[in-house]
Design a protein around this ligand. Structure first.
Ligand SMILES: Nc1ncnc2c1ncn2[C@@H]1O[C@H](COP(=O)(O)OP(=O)(O)O)[C@@H](O)[C@H]1O
Ligand SMILES: [Mg+2]
Length: 258
């Protein structure tokens, strides 16, 4: 069994029912290598958020197994960062303090205050929101809140990073810019990442593989290899033949599974 020790995030026969008794997520089997990034697309209600919540440890119960390098993903040593669909910011804390408190909670031993401040400054800058540090979340636009949530997720340097449609509130231009910034940051420090999106283009631009969720809970997800596109320079991806082929492939899967 030693070969299964270091194989990253392993989702085995995961199935989720909420209290209502209705199936929220049909069976999912998936292995995401450590330091890998997969994107997930699927119709509304197909269980994308539920899948992330299960991995994040936010569900009271589920069937199946969630392992990271052979141990339960919910062991203390695995730090999981989640950017939820509603951004998950604390409204009574400033942008700066939202990031600071997350760093404090996730690493109580902490490190020096100056180092922490430098980190906060760095992540605010890289998300282009330095000027928002003293503002409160509810005074920000949805897109600005999303950037704060992403800065916070990067700042805690999680082992596993889970993002739930993190760019959905951004306009097309900002979104493209942020995709590039996100990927650059991810490449510099590649957490094991699941990235949920409802945008086919985004799924192809950001994932090493693309998981297409079915609309029926009886059906299984389709997993497409996207290594060819992923290996390209980000700015070349959109105009490549591989990108075009991939988008045709996904649309075909969508026709049968959605
Ligand atoms: N807290 C909840 N209680 C009961 N049912 C839920 C809850 N959250 C989601 N569901 C149901 O689970 C299914 C999957 O939802 P969700 O994971 O939010 O899908 P997606 O993110 O793909 O839109 C849907 O049928 C939804 O109505
Ligand atoms: Mg969702």
């Amino acid at each position: 069994m030693s070969s299964s020790k270091n194989n990253g995030l392993c989702i085995k026969e995961l199935q989720v029912e909420y209290k209502s008794g209705q199936l929220a997520l049909g069976q999912v089997n998936l292995t995401l290598p450590e330091h890998g990034i997969y994107t997930i697309i699927g119709p509304s209600g197909s269980g994308k958020s539920t899948l992330l919540r299960a991995v994040a440890g936010l569900l009271p119960g589920y069937e199946g197994e969630l392992l990271f390098n052979g141990k339960s993903v919910h062991d203390k040593e695995t730090l999981i960062g989640l950017v939820p669909q509603n951004y998950g910011l604390l409204p009574w804390k400033t942008v700066h303090d939202n990031i600071q408190i997350a760093m404090k909670i996730t690493r109580p031993a902490g490190g020096r205050k100056e180092t922490q401040e430098a980190q906060i400054t760095h992540w605010l800058e890289s998300m282009g929101i330095s000027e928002l540090a003293a503002r409160y979340p509810l005074s920000l636009s949805g897109g600005q809140q999303q950037r704060v949530a992403i800065a916070r997720a990067f700042a805690i340097q999680p082992t596993i990073l889970l993002l739930d449609e993190p760019f959905s509130a951004l306009d097309a231009i900002t979104r493209e810019a942020l995709q590039q910034i996100f990927l650059d940051n991810w490449l510099a420090n590649p957490a094991t990442t699941l990235f949920v999106t409802h945008d086919v283009e985004e799924a192809i631009l950001l994932g090493q593989r693309i998981i297409v969720m079915p609309s029926s809970k009886q059906d299984t997800p389709e997993i497409l290899d996207n290594a060819a596109v992923f290996a390209m320079k980000h700015e070349d991806k959109r105009d490549s033949d591989d990108y075009f082929e991939q988008s045709k492939r996904i649309r075909k899967v969508m026709l049968t599974k959605w």
